[in-house]
Ligand binder design. Structure first.
Ligand SMILES: NC(=O)c1ccc[n+]([C@@H]2O[C@H](COP(=O)([O-])OP(=O)(O)OC[C@H]3O[C@@H](n4cnc5c(N)ncnc54)[C@H](OP(=O)(O)O)[C@@H]3O)[C@@H](O)[C@H]2O)c1
Length: 192
């Protein structure tokens, strides 16, 4: 698949608003769970040339299912890698730029400001990219990591997960198919 085909397919799924999964409010935790969500390769690769490097449609559908209805915090570069703000979510963009006014999104200039904007949300998500994952790693309670079992050429990488601080609480392994060529695992980490 070419980089252009990967971008087209990823954007199609990220922006699609049909058949939204309904969130069951009864299962929401009372306390806030700040959750980092990412897809990283075996070598921690996240992206290249300000874009994603693979297309795994089931992973994007899961991303949409988990994040819909919640606040999502992202870096300015990740926001600009997408055609527009993600629907059905409060998009919060971290930037130090003055007078930055992204359409359909709210700007925060510090970590503290971003966190204050999501105080009312029981499960806000940190959705990347590399700089922003690093900034929030110590503040998060949970990591939803899709680990793609393959090495990729990249220019942005996921930070290492300290095994002394984090424990895997659930793991689901997915085998490659004709539609997507990589084995991958959904790993949920929680702070020890
Ligand atoms: N695989 C995945 O799950 C995944 C998820 C998301 C993104 N990605 C990929 O990751 C790449 C982008 O990541 P990136 O690390 O280059 O950029 P990024 O984390 O998306 O954004 C970096 C920007 O965030 C702002 N920022 C950083 N620290 C800040 C702070 N302390 N206060 C205020 N603003 C701050 C700055 O914006 P200003 O320069 O405007 O000040 C900085 O340039 C792309 O390739 C994208 O496709 C992959």
């Amino acid at each position: 698949m070419t980089a252009q085909e990967i971008r087209y397919k990823n954007n199609d799924l990220l922006l699609n608003t049909e058949e939204e999964d309904q969130r069951k409010t009864t299962s929401m935790p009372a306390k806030q769970t700040l959750t980092m969500i990412a897809a990283a390769a075996k070598n921690d690769a996240l992206g290249k040339d300000n874009d994603l490097i693979w297309h795994i449609s089931e992973d994007l559908k899961r991303f949409k299912r988990l994040t819909s209805g919640h606040a999502i915090i992202m870096g300015r570069k990740t926001f600009e890698s997408m055609p527009k703000a993600l629907p059905n979510r409060t998009n919060i963009i971290l930037t130090k730029k003055k007078d930055y006014q992204p359409e359909g999104a709210i700007v925060a200039r510090t970590v503290e400001e971003a966190l204050s904007l999501v105080e009312e949300d029981t499960q806000p998500f940190i959705i990347g990219g590399g700089e922003i994952y690093r900034l929030f790693m110590d503040r998060c309670d949970r990591i939803e990591l899709t680990r793609v079992h393959h090495d990729f050429d990249a220019d942005v990488f996921f930070p290492s997960i300290d095994a002394n601080k984090w424990i895997i609480v659930t793991q689901e392994d997915v085998i490659a198919t004709n539609d997507q060529p990589y084995n991958y695992s959904y790993l949920t980490y929680e702070k020890k």
